[in-house]
Design a protein around this ligand. Structure first.
Ligand SMILES: Cc1ncc(COP(=O)(O)O)c(C=O)c1O
Length: 395
């Protein structure tokens, strides 16, 4: 006898609930800003990826509204049929300028980029060296390509060199790629790009950096690759347009030849309707804003350093983050969920992140301070951390 769908779901949902792994999803009433409302209650929001506050930016809202008036609300087709509008072209040219590359291609999400780009280039005759903490969309993109996946210990350059050498010298693979997050989303540490480039040059590796959490944050806003001045050395610069950029979508930036290939080969580009015109227009305006001024970027870092210093002073373990991502590591999954729940009771919305998003036993609440928070909001959050941490014996 085979298991019924109900039997499968019931058993597994119960397992997740019993082990503190079931995520209850809250509904936010209104905008996702530095403060949010859930069930009529207001909270200081330390859970978004809206690093620069652009999701609610007045200039971007205006640009989006104007685009709706001009183009309507949808692009009408996939890009290759007749869904490529002039706003898409402008967006891609702007992204290339922002990233310092010859060209760029936009997708409907960052997740889609990784589905699209990896499998357009890598196949079953190839190997991909992948940092063990890479984002789920990279892992899935690698699987989709059918290439041999070789996990590399997190940011371990000796392990990368050894595995690159073995893969290349085995003679089994046509191409070998190394993929890494630019900024690791759960810990906030930065990929060692200069060493990665050195190893890649030694072994002829294709280099692929997903900078979802680096754009708008690192390199005065232009991202981790530009932070290290390696625009000419990284083959694929990937990113999302939904976090610091504040809208939705994703991009790949690289050589003209690479982008031409993705436009004829990558399946989410060929078979999924293009970004809406209002999103495209708003993204272009957001990127221009970042190119014109570092004001939001600077404010983000000021707030991030303020919160980090406050949490460290209280005695919390905030890991090794070198970016605004500020984990407070609790460990046990159930205690992490309880900690997050108690912070919510105190008016601070900071979600628990547990297995399978992070390894078992490393449960954490992940704080994302933004440029839109005020010092008063951050002080209020720190007061709540002090109270709850003492109460639960975490500090
Ligand atoms: C490294 C990385 N890549 C891709 C994504 C997915 O981006 P999007 O939300 O635009 O699909 C994320 C989002 O969390 C990410 O952290």
């Amino acid at each position: 006898m085979v298991q019924s769908l109900h039997g499968f779901l019931d058993e597994n949902i119960q397992y997740l609930k019993d082990n503190g792994l079931y995520n209850e999803i809250d509904i936010v009433e209104g905008a996702n800003g530095p403060e949010i409302t859930i069930n009529g209650e207001k909270y200081i929001n330390l859970s978004s990826n809206n690093y620069l506050g652009l999701a609610t930016d007045e200039d971007l809202k205006k640009v989006a509204k104007e685009a709706i008036d001009h183009y309507g609300v949808g692009a009408g087709a996939v890009r290759t049929i007749n869904g490529t509008l002039d706003v898409h072209e402008t967006l891609e040219n702007t992204l290339a300028e922002f990233k310092g590359t010859e060209a760029a291609i936009a997708y409907q999400s960052g997740f889609n980029c990784n589905m699209a780009a990896i499998s357009a280039v890598m196949n079953k005759n190839d190997a991909i060296l992948s940092d063990e903490l890479n984002h789920a969309s990279i892992i899935d993109g690698c699987r989709l390509s059918k290439a041999k996946i070789i996990r590399v210990n997190h940011s371990d350059m000796d392990d990368l060199r050894q595995k690159a050498k073995e893969a290349v010298e085995s003679g089994q693979y046509n191409k070998v790629m190394y993929i890494t997050d630019g900024v690791f989303s759960m810990d906030g540490d930065v990929a060692k790009l200069p060493e990665i480039v050195e190893i890649a040059e030694e072994f002829d590796l294709i280099t692929y950096v997903d900078d979802a959490h680096g754009s708008g944050v690192m390199g005065k806003g232009a991202g981790t690759v530009k932070h290290f001045g390696l625009q000419d050395k990284i083959d694929f610069q990937i990113g999302t347009l939904s976090k610091a950029i504040g809208v939705v979508g994703g991009y790949v930036a690289g050589t003209q030849e690479l982008i031409d290939w993705l436009k004829v080969q990558s399946r989410p580009f060929l078979f999924s309707t293009s970004l809406t015109p209002e999103s495209s227009a708003a993204i272009t305006a957001a990127v221009r804003k970042l190119m014109d001024s570092t004001e939001l970027h600077d404010k983000l870092w000021e707030n991030a350093n303020y919160l980090k210093d406050g949490l460290k002073e209280l005695g919390y373990d905030i890991g090794e983050s070198a970016t605004p991502i500020t984990p407070v590591i609790i460990g046990d999954e159930k205690q992490t969920q309880e900690f997050s729940k108690r912070l919510k009771d105190e008016g601070v919305y900071v979600k628990s992140i547990v297995f399978p998003t992070v390894p078992r036993g490393t449960g954490r609440v992940r704080n994302m301070p933004t440029a839109a928070h005020t010092k008063e909001m951050l002080d209020e959050a720190l007061e709540a951390y002090k109270k709850v941490g003492k109460e639960l014996g975490v500090i």
